[in-house]
Design a protein around this ligand. Structure first.
Ligand code: FAD
Length: 105
């Protein structure tokens, strides 16, 4: 898969427990090709602070929707959790093979 810099739309952000939110974005192309184990590098704000993107793994990808499970750890993830549905979600989409666990022999 090639590296893609893209903007998707946030569909929902659900609080699943005190420290975790489940974020769904509308991303038809990514939902077709994305797989659990791949990750997106996400811009958490509309400005340049914080400068660095934050990586999050794909938790589910189906029916035009990609979902991520995000633990609120610091400033960046707190900003993400406060975003509203319909806001843009800008990310570097995955281009590598998913992370794999090797089976021990
Ligand atoms: C390839 C990859 C995939 C990831 N996928 C997911 C995912 O699917 N869901 C998810 O919730 N998180 C995931 N993470 C971790 C997530 O990217 C970080 O928790 C996030 O960037 C923290 O951003 P922040 O601005 O909230 O925290 P910061 O302000 O950057 O950090 C807050 C505090 O948490 C500590 N911290 C930050 N990240 C971690 C960490 N990973 N482990 C231990 N301590 C940490 C920092 O040292 C600091 O003390 C992934 C990380 C990588 C590298």
């Amino acid at each position: 898969m090639k590296k893609i810099h893209s903007t998707h739309t946030i569909l929902s952000i659900k609080q699943v427990c005190a420290k975790f939110v489940q974020i769904a974005i509308e991303a038809p192309q990514l939902a077709k090709t994305g797989r659990p184990g791949q990750f997106l590098n996400v811009r958490v704000s509309d400005g340049s602070d914080p400068l660095l993107r934050r990586p999050f793994g794909i938790y589910r990808a189906q029916d035009n929707i990609v979902e991520m499970l995000v633990e609120i750890r610091g400033r960046g993830t707190a900003m993400l959790a406060r975003k509203k549905p319909a806001r843009p979600w800008t990310s570097l989409d995955p281009w590598e093979d998913p992370l794999r666990c090797r089976r021990r022999r």
